[in-house]
Structures are given as C-alpha cells and as structure tokens.
Design a protein around this ligand. Structure first.
Ligand SMILES: *Cc1c(COP(=O)(O)O)cnc(C)c1O
Length: 221
C-alpha cells in the first residue's frame, strides 16, 4: 500500500507539531526497490510534498544483498542521541558487512539497475493491470512502486476460496502455492494479496515469462 504524498506531508506536520521523531522503516522499500533510493522520494517527487524528509530511516535486508546487515540514518537534532558504542551489538559496525553493502550499492550503480527497476517493474505492473482488465472478476487491485508490487484478488472467488472452510489456506497463500508450481516465487501479504519482489536484474523476458505463468494460473481459476 504505497503512501500518498499528502499522507507523508501531513504525517510530517503532525510530528513537527507534537515534537515526534518520524522514522521511515525502509528495510523492504529502500535501496532503490521503488525506483528511488528511498520510496518516500519516489512518492513525493514533483508533488506538493516535494522536499519531504523523515528524521530517521532504518535499513536492512537488501542493503547487504544477502549478507546480514542493518543500519539507520538519523538527522539533527537527534543525531547525538546514540553516540558511538551506545547502541552495541556483538557484530555491529563490522567492516565485512559494511564492505558487502558498499559492493551492493556499487553493483546497482555500475549495472544500471535503477533504470531496470523502473523499466521492468513498470512492465510487470502494466502486465498485472492487463490481467486485471482481462479477469476483473478475479483480480481486484494492482498496486506498488518499482519492483515492489502487490496483486489483490477479490474475496470469495470460487476455485480459490471456500469461504465455509476455515481449515483451508487464505487465497493469498493458495495463489502463491499455485504460482510456485509454475516457477514464480512470491509471498502472500494478508489474506488476499500476493507480493512480487523480484531481483533488480530481472530481465524483460523473465518478467514476460512470469506474467504468462500468472495468466495461466488466474485463467484456470
Ligand atoms: C525484516 C524487517 C525488519 C527487521 O529487520 P532486522 O534487520 O531483522 O532488525 C524491520 N522492518 C521491516 C519492514 C522488515 O521487513
């Protein structure tokens, strides 16, 4: 569920009015997954909320491209709340993990992956929207930014959900299982939405292949 620019602006105003620190959790949506380094920048670009900035940003997971690392950025006047050594962890500040994160960012830059996230992510979203147009009785909504996309199915779709049987997996899981059988890796989000978080180097041909498999699965329903 992407935030809107208005939501972010009003959140900023609320936090300023109440003296609250505004932290954006960018663990999943950061590091160019949205098409911008930070998803809030992607959302506010060219809007009334242009220039929006949180007070802190948390980062992990894709930051290390598979190597465990977490981190956060924080700005004045909060920057000195945690000084060196105050936020201790056994492996915190390890140079190996930090080198991995730098290598990941280098690869994103050198391999032109931001342009690929925008282009192939856009292709995937258009393809999912076409599936929604073709099968409006099954697909309820398509949303997301860059390569973080969600496809929601309607409640009570026959063949996907037996509303009377609480022992069955929710439609999101059932749909994921069927997509997994076709080689499309995805995860459920909530009861009726499937999430697609492909690697940034996904090719246009691979995106088409995945869309074809999704079409087969959805049409069978
Ligand atoms: C995984 C995750 C976290 C936790 O990250 P850790 O590195 O395990 O602390 C926080 N927020 C989101 C959105 C996550 O997906």
């Amino acid at each position: 569920m992407p935030a809107t620019a208005t939501y972010l602006r009003e959140l900023r105003e609320l936090c300023d009015a109440r003296g609250l620190l505004l932290l954006v959790d960018a663990v999943q949506c950061g590091h160019f997954r949205s098409g911008s380094y930070q998803s809030f920048a992607e959302i506010v670009a060219g809007t009334e909320a242009e220039g929006f900035a949180p007070d802190a940003v948390s980062m992990a997971k894709s930051l290390g491209g598979g190597v465990p690392i977490g981190g956060f950025w924080v700005r004045e006047p909060y920057q000195d709340l945690l000084c060196a050594g105050k936020h201790g962890t056994t492996y915190g500040g390890g140079p190996l993990a930090c080198a991995a994160a730098n290598a990941v960012l280098d690869a994103i830059e050198q391999e032109g992956l931001v342009a690929n996230v925008r282009a192939v992510g856009g292709q995937l979203k258009s393809g999912l929207e076409a599936l929604q147009a073709e099968l409006p009785g099954v697909v309820k909504d398509v949303r997301g930014l860059g390569m973080m996309l969600g496809m929601e199915v309607h409640a009570g779709v026959a063949g996907l959900e037996d509303a009377g049987d609480p022992g069955l997996p929710p439609p999101s899981v059932e749909l994921c299982n069927r997509l997994h059988e076709k080689g499309v890796l995805c995860v459920g989000a909530g009861t009726h939405t499937v999430r697609f978080l492909p690697p940034f180097n996904l090719s246009a041909a691979e995106a088409d292949e995945a869309l074809g498999a999704m079409r087969d699965v959805l049409k069978a329903i």
